[in-house]
Design a protein around this ligand. Sequence first.
Ligand code: AQP
Length: 334
Amino acid sequence: PTRVFSGIQPSGGLTLGNYLGALKRFAEMQKDGVETIYCVVDMHAITVWQDPAKLRQQTREIAAAFLAAGVDPARSILFNQSQVTAHAELAWIFNCVARMGWMNRMTQWKDKAGKNAEAASLGLFAYPALMAADILAYRATHVPVGEDQKQHVELTRDIAIKFNNDFGVNFFPVTEPVIEGVATRVMSLRDGTKKMSKSDPSDQSRINMTDDADTITQKIRKAKTDPEPLPDSIEGLKERPEARNLVNIYAALSRSTPEAVVAEFAGAQFGAFKPKLAELAVSVMAPISDEMNRLMADPAEIDRILGDGADRAEALARPVLDEVHDIVGMIRSR
Ligand code: AQP
């Protein structure tokens, strides 16, 4: 990768799924020769109504989570989306490039709008065009995301290709999703076939990044499992979604592989495995949540970091937007 972009919505507290599937990998992508641009996507969050005071608080909390997970504002650009107007400007142009049919096929749109699509916001429908603008305003080459966002990155590619074709240019790159590791889809602790999600009504279904050690331990102890002991190879996890999920979480938290975890715990009962997993989860997550609390005590410093990131993001996006306006035929005379 040469230029990486990714974002997280400030639409609620973050889960272990967001940490393992996104934040941890964002930090790992900070390497020499790679530009990393990370965004708290507040404009995406308001596609469903957000209380203004909560939106502000959650934006700072997500920024604190990025920092606590190891995103270094000296190496990476970290900002909130609405401070860089290029996102909204490019999104409008992409609204005119993308087709209604493409948006209609998005599974997240179908899930979130549900049966009452008539009452959903226009923004929720257009969400993937804004996401394409987030990525392509920087002509980013790679986007690290969880499995659930794959379809939206594919749509970003379609928009880039159609824009290039419509205007006879080779301007936007065809961005690659980066979906790798064992935690690209962390599942609910109550149902191994459902994604762990911040919007699940059951708090027992997820580990929140702000949960304390006792809460983490208690949620893992109560996590749904089957009565069998752990198998001696990962083939034995095939029809066991809950068991597989806990093994994958263990592997991701210990920077190991499911194969190695299964080899270590072959034949163990969940009564023995769960306390080990809880101990590991607490040892990884507690320092991160402590650091988040420390950062949250100084909101002015978080705002300063976001403002500085926005200045640097703006400097990258503005020349791209200038070229886009020119390609489309929009006069810039001042
Ligand atoms: N369970 C998960 N496993 C792995 N990765 C996940 N991500 C989310 N859930 C999991 C990844 O986290 C990044 C940020 O997600 P987001 O907040 O922008 O949107 P989301 O995917 O809608 O997150 P949630 O928690 O599932 O929220 P709700 O409940 O509102 O739908 C993305 O890279 C995502 O893949």
